[in-house]
Each structure stands twice: as structure tokens, then as C-alpha cells.
Design a protein around this ligand. Sequence first.
Ligand code: 5AD
Ligand code: SF4
Length: 462
Amino acid sequence: MLADTAPQVGPAERDSVPAPKRVFIKTFGCQMNVYDSERMSEALAAEGYVETSEPAEADLAILNTCHIREKAAEKVYSDLGRLRDVKRERAESGKETLITVAGCVAQAEGEEIVRRAPVVDLVLGPQSYHRLPELLARLRGGETALVETVFPDEDKFQALPARRAPKAVSAFLTVQEGCDKFCTFCVVPYTRGMEYSRPVAALVAEARRLVDRGVAEITLLGQNVNGYHGEGPDGEATTLAGLIHHLAAIDGLQRIRYTTSHPRDMSDDLIQAHAQEEKLMPYLHLPFQAGADRVLAAMNRKHTAAEYLDLIGRIRAARPDIALSTDIIVGFPGETEADFEATVALVQEANFAHAFSFKYSARPGTPASTMDGQVPEPVKRARLARLQAVIDAGYQRFNGTFVGRTLPVLFEKAGRHEGQLVGRSPYLQLVHAEADPALVGEIVDVEIRSAGANSLSGVICG
Ligand code: 5AD
Ligand code: SF4
């Protein structure tokens, strides 16, 4: 019998097994930070760490930060205040807590972080995550306030351990990092560095591992993802469309998405991929930022409003049902009322499925932060509210067109209500339906019965 042959573990032996070290990771900002947090967690798992959602249990706390707008950056300092209290309370019971600030605030502010928040033990830029175990060892060896924000020569993706079992049906895969576009409002070229594309072979291998573990949908990530130009199997640079075709050949991978794209890099082969590649979902996030050409020029976007509209016309000609989403900034320096009206007009003309809109936020070190004509906060606030009303109406209209239609939904997890699952339509809408939990990970036809503010709901087709 099993019980007779199983080794007997007495209490004393159980006590001698060291408790695992615990890491708390809080992720701010974009999907690339979500991906980076997962990879840091994997690097730490190899060192015996398990993740916890409780800061009070954490031997190591990591804030993976975002610097894109002021609000995002400031949140980090209020969290550091809370972690300072946790660290003090744990120290009273003899427990160490190492605090790390990672991500784009780490890259942008560097030493300033340890000056402003001396509780921080390690400041770690996004290009140095593979060095985390070594840096933690140095901290344990007595070094303090380490700041690691150089752009090293090694490929961090190669140096990170292979990916563990992912938790989800849908996974992110960073294929490109950094940006050379230098939009005048944006910190990304400074925090993430110049464009770098990972080779096709490494990405296909990583995608295969994800699919082997049950992932059905992969979203390819890059700050300027359609500028992808990684080395292909023939040694030549491959476009994003080329990479998508390589990935689509993986059996079991059912859906491919990518984000975020720049209009200037929306090449013909990528547009054609939307017509030809069944696994490529009919959804495209394509920021236009502003509707007035004068503002677009000051932003260094290198496209006009008419060029943007022409581009989306060509994309829709290739894939008529494609859902488009966008990013928009209001209150860029010098933006007049007429300029703002041009933004609203473009939103109405483009018929977006979805849009993300932001008040301009002056980022230190960017050219726009010192431009004349900074727009007062109340004006920005009022313009944002007006724009968001137009966007929301468009979103409702878009979702409303699906009532009565049947959509293939990839179920991702249990919904909020008992017996319900939630998944995504090809157009990235959240869809709720009553369904057997065994359908998580499956694509199932759902007849849409109603459209709410942020999601659809329907019934599974019998
Ligand atoms: N202020 C406001 N919004 C910004 N974004 C980037 N930088 C700024 C800034 N300084 C927005 C852009 C971008 C999105 C990710 O964030 O719209 O596409
Ligand atoms: Fe920033 Fe995007 Fe412009 Fe690059 S293309 S500088 S990431 S807004």
C-alpha cells in the first residue's frame, strides 16, 4: 500500500525544510510591464522565490513602474510610503524586506529615487532584469542603494530563464522593445532605449512553449511593434507580417494580436496580412494622438490627419470588419480650441471601436515639456471630458451593432457571476456567457443578446 511505502516525515524534519522566500510584485502601466513582471517572477522562481499578493509577507517587494504620464509616476512614491511601514513592521519581528523599484520610473529617475525614498534597496531599469538574482545577492552581501540603469550589451531576453507554465489562455510575448520615433511628448525613447527586435527563431520557440502549456492566443508586444525587424531564419531582417506568418504556422496557436503600432510603419505587407492570415485577429490599435496637422507636426508624428485617414481606409479595404482603436492626447502645448475640434472631428470620421484619451502631461527631459503655450489644467480637463463623451458614444454604437450576431469567443476564465465564463471576441470585446468551466481555453460561438458599457453578453449556440 502506498501509505506503507511513503517516507514518513516527522515534525522535526518538516521544520527543517526552509520556508520559501516570498516576492510581491506590483505592476503599473502597459502590457509590456505585465510581461516583464512575469519574466522577473520566473527569474526569481529559479532562486526559490514564490509570489505573494500580500506585501506584509514579502521578503522582496518589486514595484514595476510606469513613467508615461505624471500620475502614473507619482503613484510609485505613495506605494513606497506604504512599503516603508511594512519594512519597519517586519524588521521589528526580525524579518528583512528588500524593496526594488523596476521599470520606466527606475530608468528615468535612477539615483533620484533613492534620494527621495531611502527605503529603496535597488533601482533596476528594464534592460537589466536578468541581473536581478546577482544584484539581490550583492544586497544580501551588505551593499545598499544599488542603481542599475545602464543599457547593457547583452540580450536580456536570452539571459532570462525559459518561461514557466503560464497561468492563462492568452499570453503576451515581447517581440520588440524601445522606440526611435521621438514623439516630442514621450519618454519611451529615453526609458526603453532604441528599437531592438528579437530574432524570429527565439520568438517561435517561446511561442511554442506557451502553446504547449495551453495558451491559445498570443499578443505580440512592442512600443513600436510594427517597426519589428528581427533576424529571420535566412539571416535577413523580417517584418512583423513575416513574423506573424511564422507564428501562425504553430499548431494549436489560434489567435494572434499585436500592439502598439505607429501609422508610419503600417506597411503594405502588414495590411495584407490582415486580409490573408486567418489567425490574425481583426483588431488594430493605431494611435493618431491629435487631429490638427500643426499639432501633429509639433508632436513629431511625421504624418498628417489626411494621411492617417487614408491609411485606415486602406486597412479597412483589406479587412472590412477590422475594429480600430487609438490613443489621443488633449492639451498638447499650443493646442487651440480649433485644433481640439479637429481631434473630435477625426474621431467622428474614423469611427473607432475604442479609444484611449489622455491629458497632456509634461514629462521631464522631453522636448514638449519646455515648449511655449502649455495649456492650463482646467482647459485640458474640459477638453478631455468632451472628447471622452464622443468616444464613449462611439464605443456604445460599435458594441450595439453586435446584438443578434454570433461571435466566436475564446473563453479565458470564470466570470463574476456563478456559472458564467468571460472571454474575448475577435474584436477584443469582453463577452460573458453561461458556460461549462471546461470551455476555458476553447473558442465557442456565442449569440450576443445585449451590449453593456464595457462588455457584451450572450448565450452559447447550441
Ligand atoms: N502625456 C499624455 N499622454 C501621453 N502618452 C504618451 N506620453 C504622454 C504624455 N506625455 C500617451 C500617448 C501614447 C499612450 C501610451 O500614452 O497617447 O500613445
Ligand atoms: Fe512614444 Fe509611441 Fe512616439 Fe515611440 S511612437 S516616441 S513609444 S508615442
